[in-house]
Ligand binder design. Structure first.
Ligand code: F6P
Length: 353
């Protein structure tokens, strides 16, 4: 058990509903174990700028139900350089911070590794509406964002039905199609287009035409934002080729805000509490992940390599350089993630008929 007196907590990268719930869990769990918590504002920028404050239990009262992050968030270029990192570490030392919990995505975990490698134990928690941390079944914020998309699509459905239109709805996710796929299924979408799986535009147009001929008035098509301006082009082609009046809708940042759902509050609490336990046990440079019903911790480098492998960002040489049994394990993991996505996509196709 590491002899920690004080730990820091920060949120970084794109905010996500449920981040506040993680901070609350971190503060309350740590205080329960006799460890103080310093809130670091504006992510890694706050470490550099010495923008920190000791948090009391009261500071985190009634934040479990609030969207955004009360610690604020920022993307920080300065932290990428040695000078910035050293400034950040010096400020942490000044505040007697023995370890850090960083909530965010990819960039946040890179920062966590940088701190861990420089002697400040740091643990990552995946917070991103995109749900795109491959090693984890779940990222905090995903459920709330999907529910927001479903609510928006239900509203669009009302007006589509009144006007006998089609709405092509572009949703967030960066290069990942998880929001589009699940929210699309739950919104009774006629078609769903994501980056990971080839989209059959001809089949989509054919089915809209056939359904209109059969008397169907409204159509929702969901497109993941990773497809560039495809959603706008598709809107035009649907109208031209089916005669169904069509409108393009980009939901945008509305998907990042809002009251976190029970699922997000719950997993945030589990992960926050587990992260404190890991840190106090002396673990460093790990990311907290959901694996089935279990909350587990993986080495960040391992998790980041799986992530890059899944996203096709590893070169052949990078892959060849991996230790054979580790490589096989990672490839099996990536295949499992792909299979999960394909199975869901298959369901989406079947129920859209
Ligand atoms: O990662 C979360 C996310 O909302 C993505 O879905 C989106 O592509 C991106 O962040 C938008 O970033 P920004 O808030 O910087 O415009």
């Amino acid at each position: 058990m590491a002899n920690f007196r004080r730990i820091g907590v920060l949120t970084s990268g794109g905010d996500a509903p449920g981040m506040n719930a993680v901070v609350r869990a971190v503060v309350r769990t740590a205080l329960d174990k006799g460890v103080e918590v310093v809130g670091i504002y504006n992510g890694y920028q706050g470490m550099i700028d010495d923008d920190m404050k000791l948090l009391t239990s009261k500071d985190v009262s009634h934040i479990i139900n609030r969207g955004g992050t009360f610690l604020y968030s920022a993307r920080c270029d300065e932290f990428r350089y040695e000078e910035g990192m050293q400034k950040a570490i010096a400020n942490c030392k000044k505040h007697n911070i023995d370890g850090v919990i960083a909530i965010g995505g990819d960039g946040t975990f890179r920062g966590a590794t940088d701190l861990s490698n420089r002697g400040l134990p740091t643990i990552g928690i995946p917070g991103s509406i995109d749900n795109d941390v491959t090693a984890s079944d779940y990222c905090i914020g995903f459920d709330t964002a999907m529910n927001t998309v479903v609510e928006m699509c239900d509203r669009l459905r009302d007006t589509c039905e009144s006007h006998a239109r089609c709405n092509v709805v572009e949703v967030m996710g960066r290069t990942a199609g998880h929001i589009a796929l699940r929210a699309g299924i739950a919104s009774d979408a006629s078609a769903i287009c994501i980056n990971e799986i080839p989209f059959d535009e001809a089949a989509c147009i054919r089915s809209i035409k056939e359904e209109r001929d059969n008397g169907k008035r409204s159509f929702i098509v969901v497109v993941a934002e990773g497809n560039g301006d495809y959603a706008e082009q598709l809107t035009k082609r649907i109208e031209e080729q089916t005669g169904v009046e069509s409108r393009f809708v980009r939901l945008g940042h509305v998907q990042r805000g809002g009251i976190p759902t029970l699922e997000d509050r719950f997993i945030a609490t589990q992960m926050g509490s587990y992260a404190v336990e890991c840190l106090l046990e002396g673990k460093s440079n790990v990311v907290i992940c959901k694996n089935g019903n279990a909350i587990v911790d993986y080495d960040i480098n391992y998790a980041q390599t799986i992530d890059r492998m899944y996203k096709g960002k590893l070169s052949d040489e990078d892959i060849a350089a991996l230790e054979p049994s580790v490589r096989a394990e990672m490839q099996a993991f990536c295949q499992m993630r792909k299979d999960q996505l394909h199975a869901l996509y298959q369901i989406a196709l079947e129920v859209a008929k």
